[in-house]
Design a protein around this ligand. Structure first.
Ligand SMILES: [Mn+2]
Length: 297
């Protein structure tokens, strides 16, 4: 499954100590999962952690990858092209996984909404869909959706609950048209998380409202749970009998969701893992490496 040459090549770019990377022990560092879910990479934005992401994709593999929206930040790219090599490397790594037989399913979000014009199509082995139903190894059906579709519902959760089902359906339709109109007229996307940050006091409510909105969507669709992104807050929990899984992001928290071979979900936190590994490697290696780093810094 692994192309050793490619790995070593990338390693050379990242680390100066190649002898250590070709060491058979580092081969064991690659973990294989049934499924990996990633969202909110925001490639094209300066905040994207592309190097960490490349490192993540090097050390983690899966039969199926779900890209759960906001993979590319189209809104940022509109205000000036920012596309460094590392961002390209992420895309290349994902396409390469598709070429090598992994199933890659791309569920666009609000920042890469342009991709929603291509749903139902397949690009270099990457399937583009509005949302997906994922069957876990232990037979759970999970709705995979970015989550921005519920922005208006989340903002108005309190009074929508008062009006009931029709208001909920109406709000989702309005949400879709509202975003489409904003895109058509080139107005920036209204940001749920920016809105929540402004209302800091309501931030906890906001996360809770989002989670409840998504869990009730799982109930409406008669599935066992939901896997989403959008709010940059990784979680695995049960809400009113529905499994709520949020992938988090690769901007601030650097998280992903893994499905193990038995169907169990786990949050992978790569920021810490990468830092821990680097610390261990630095401790193991000779002072030469430390000196090298001191010079580099
Ligand atoms: Mn989003």
């Amino acid at each position: 499954m692994l192309d050793r040459n490619a790995r070593v090549k990338v390693s050379q770019a990242v680390r100066s100590n190649t002898a250590q990377m070709s060491d058979p022990a580092s081969e064991h560092a690659v973990k294989r999962y049934r499924t990996l879910f990633l969202s909110d990479l925001h490639l094209g934005a300066r905040g994207a952690q592309a190097e960490l992401l490349v490192d993540f994709l090097k050390h983690n593999d899966a039969d199926t990858f779900y890209l759960v929206g906001d993979i590319v930040d189209g809104w940022r790219l509109k205000n000036g092209w920012y596309w460094p090599q590392a961002h390209n490397d992420v895309v290349q790594k994902l396409l390469r996984k598709a070429r090598k037989g992994a199933r890659v399913i791309y569920v666009p979000g609000n920042h890469d909404e342009f991709a929603r014009d291509y749903t139902g199509l397949n690009f270099g082995g990457v399937e583009v869909v509005d949302d997906a139903l994922h069957e876990t190894a232990d037979g759970k059906t999970m709705l995979v959706i970015h989550g921005d579709q519920f922005d208006i519902v989340v903002r108005n959760a309190r009074w929508l609950a008062f009006f009931g089902d029709w208001a909920y359906d109406f709000a989702i339709v309005v949400n879709t048209w509202f975003n489409r109109a904003r895109r058509m007229f080139g107005v920036g996307y209204w940001s749920l998380s920016a809105w929540a940050k402004l209302k800091v006091k309501n931030a906890v409510n906001f996360i809770g409202d989002f989670e409840n909105a998504l869990a009730s969507e799982a109930a409406r669709r008669n599935v066992d749970g939901v896997i989403c992104g959008h709010i940059h807050h990784a979680t695995i929990k049960t809400i009113a009998g529905k499994l709520y899984v949020n992938t988090g992001d690769f901007v601030e928290s650097c998280t992903a969701i893994a499905e193990h071979q038995d169907g169990a979900f786990e949050i992978l936190r790569w920021h810490n893992t990468a830092a821990e590994r680097e610390a261990a490697e630095a401790a193991e290696s000779a002072k030469a490496l430390q000196n090298e780093r001191a010079v580099a810094a």
